[in-house]
Design a protein around this ligand. Structure first.
Ligand code: SF4
Length: 334
């Protein structure tokens, strides 16, 4: 529950507030853009909701906030906002909602499919999600883009007998996954689902192309929600394996056609295929000239990520990140 004694400085006073447990995942700004803004390292209320529609959107954000950082001074009935989750995106694709702190607030999606339903990454294991899945035919597969965002995938797999899919290089995150992807070649699962290994963010990071239209892009490719003007890749501060390898992986996307990008973090992105190709070209050209990171900031990120890996029960990768931190420290001392 959000703490009214820890309200983010700058938060516009009134009913809704954000507290300093916020991890700045952007979810509330995406779900209620007229209400929530950014205040340094936190989200905050930039304008109190003024009508039913804005209250409804703000309550939806409150429900989906991974850290329970959004609170209200007044009592609200959240049933109507809850009933809207998961949120329909296009065809049989839904944003699951209920983002998990175990995935740093990353987004999970569900695809309703005649051959059995799919989930990408995982939301909190929440009765509202399981009731909805029960009503819509359960789950057959859970595609895990990479080790950071597995959250409660095991619980969903156990409840539905679903098969979890993850790359061998990130298997530490889900050691008893039912389907393990090896190497760097794409793997077709059923007719509509193409899993594409895309190392870079982590060694085992993968994307999935669905129906040659929808790219579930994990933590390598997203859209620029600050400028709202196109595709963006994750920068060197956020690539735990290698930014250069990530760029090589993204080159592979030139041969695919898609018009939606559905990222783990950041905003979903929908443009026509020619425009998507143009934006991908821009992105790849920019990535070739990406300057090295500020090593002091990179060191802080790597150390924080190593701690996150420890908390996520992935000691081998935590140790690997600590070694990288040592190497950065040694490089900075030269
Ligand atoms: S959804 Fe929650 S954690 Fe994410 S930015 Fe908003 S308040 Fe912060």
């Amino acid at each position: 529950m959000a703490d009214k004694n820890k309200i983010v400085p700058g938060n516009v006073s009134g009913d809704f507030f954000v507290d300093t447990t916020c991890i700045n995942c952007d979810n509330c700004r995406a779900l209620a853009p007229t209400v929530f803004g950014e205040y340094g390292d936190y989200a905050g209320v930039k304008k109190q909701p003024e009508n039913d529609e804005e209250i409804h959107a703000a309550l939806r954000a409150l429900i989906c906030c991974p850290t329970g950082s959004i609170g209200t001074h007044e009592k609200h009935d959240i049933k109507a906002a809850m009933a809207e989750l998961p949120i329909h995106i296009d065809e049989g694709i839904y944003y699951s909602g209920f983002n998990s702190p175990k995935a740093a607030g990353g987004k999970s999606y569900v695809m309703l499919h005649a051959g059995g339903n799919w989930m990408t990454d995982s939301p909190k294991f929440h009765p509202h999600v399981t009731n909805w899945l029960d009503e819509h035919g359960g789950l057959r597969y859970i595609f895990l883009t990479h080790r950071d965002d597995v959250a409660d995938a095991q619980k969903y797999a156990e409840k539905y007998g679903a098969k979890r899919i993850i790359h061998r290089e990130d298997l530490e995150a889900q050691p008893d996954a039912e389907i393990v992807i090896d190497g760097t070649e794409p793997v077709q699962v059923d007719d509509d689902f193409l899993i594409i290994p895309m190392p870079g963010h982590t060694e085992g990071h993968c994307m999935m192309l669905y129906k040659n239209r929808y790219l579930f892009s994990g933590d390598s490719l997203t859209s620029n929600y600050y400028r709202d003007d196109g595709l963006e890749c994750w920068g060197p501060l956020w690539t735990w394996y290698s930014f250069d390898v990530q760029t090589e992986s993204l080159e592979k996307l030139r041969k695919y056609e898609f018009e939606w990008v559905l990222p783990g973090h950041g905003r979903q992105w929908h443009v026509g295929m020619p425009e998507m190709k143009r934006q991908l070209d821009n992105l790849l050209n920019g990535a070739q000239h990406e300057p090295p990171p500020d090593w002091k900031i990179k060191l802080a990120h790597v150390e924080a990520y190593a701690d996150y890996m420890e908390r996520s029960n992935q000691p081998i990768y935590a140790a690997k990140q600590r070694k990288i931190a040592e190497e950065i420290r040694a490089q900075m001392a030269i």
